[in-house]
Design a protein around this ligand. Structure first.
Ligand SMILES: Nc1ncnc2c1ncn2[C@@H]1O[C@H](COP(=O)(O)OP(=O)(O)OP(=O)(O)O)[C@@H](O)[C@H]1O
Ligand SMILES: [Mg+2]
Length: 283
């Protein structure tokens, strides 16, 4: 069983106005994917082990995201991190699963990591020649509904990356992406975008134009501080909604008895990183 969890450590009071109306349409049509539960990654506790302690941690993160939506109108949220392997995809999918546990919610996960897409693999989606984000960007004949796969069992919609035929830069730079995400805003309450690492790749800066906020995943005890600082510099500070500490397995000093985080001495340097941001608060 996974001992780790994600948790928003720091919320950033940004100056973002809620720029997007929430003119939501009817529920998206449910389509054809039957999730193969047995083959879904065991790391996706929000889907396959909902009663676990780890799943509770993602529900806590869900509460924070729901509050950001309520209070600031955040609807499209990118999930990034400084380095490969920090846990972006696991965090994205577990947060999505937690959000989708509310039966009324309409949640879409977009795999915008066109370099190393893994959403479909984590979810054990059937390997087919279905089009994905890359195809939808290149070919206007595909609208959003044509490329979204709905996992009815989990009340979750997914837009896999597809098969990029041109460079990720060209795809993510396309105005078609903006159009697809505009449609997503009309159809879904919450859109989570799984992205490549923020450091050393231009992708997140392209995606940044279309998200309301980023969650920055940091692998506890792993992601180098210098790269965390670099990632935070690369991104627009006004769009950093918070840092999610992933896979921290320190013993929780309370009655819960499993991995936790947020020891004051550990938080200090994060707070320094966010020193320029007003009203940072630790949850
Ligand atoms: N909370 C967690 N608990 C246990 N294992 C985890 C956790 N988060 C991530 N992992 C594992 O760490 C590895 C990297 O996770 P993940 O694929 O989510 O990272 P990523 O940041 O999306 O990587 P990439 O940059 O390659 O897209 C995987 O083997 C994953 O199963
Ligand atoms: Mg990933």
């Amino acid at each position: 069983m996974m001992r780790a969890q994600g948790r928003m450590l720091t919320d950033v009071e940004s100056l973002i106005e809620a720029p997007h109306g929430l003119g939501l349409s009817q529920r998206p049509a449910l389509c054809d994917v039957t999730a193969d539960r047995a083959r879904i990654s065991e790391k996706l506790v929000s889907l396959v082990a909902r009663d676990s302690c780890a799943a509770d941690q993602y529900r806590a993160l869900r509460q924070t995201v729901e509050r950001l939506r309520r209070e600031r109108g955040f609807q499209v949220i990118g999930v990034t991190s400084p380095c490969p392997g920090d846990g972006k995809t696991v965090t994205t999918l577990n947060l999505a699963g937690a959000l989708a546990q509310s039966p009324d919610s309409r949640v879409l996960v977009v795999d915008a990591d066109l370099r190393r897409p893994s959403v479909a693999e984590y979810l054990a989606l059937p390997r087919t020649s279905f089009p994905g984000l890359a195809e939808a960007i290149l070919d206007p004949a595909y609208d959003l509904a044509a490329v979204v796969r709905c996992l009815d069992t989990f009340n979750l919609s997914v837009l896999p990356a597809g098969t990029p035929q041109v460079t990720p830069y060209e795809l993510l730079n396309s105005p078609r992406l903006e159009g697809l995400l505009r449609d997503a805003r009309r159809t879904y309450d919450c859109v989570l975008i799984d992205t490549p690492p923020a450091v050393a790749l231009p992708d997140c800066r392209l995606i940044e134009r279309f998200v309301d906020a980023f969650l920055v995943v940091v692998a506890a005890h792993k992601t180098p501080r210098t790269l965390v600082a670099e990632a935070l510099n690369v991104l627009d500070p006004a769009k950093i909604a918070g840092v999610v500490f992933n896979a921290d397995d320190r013993s929780r000093p309370s009655e819960y008895g499993y991995g936790y985080y947020g020891y004051p001495e550990r938080v200090t340097w994060w707070q320094r990183l966010f020193g320029t941001v007003r009203s940072a608060r630790v949850r």
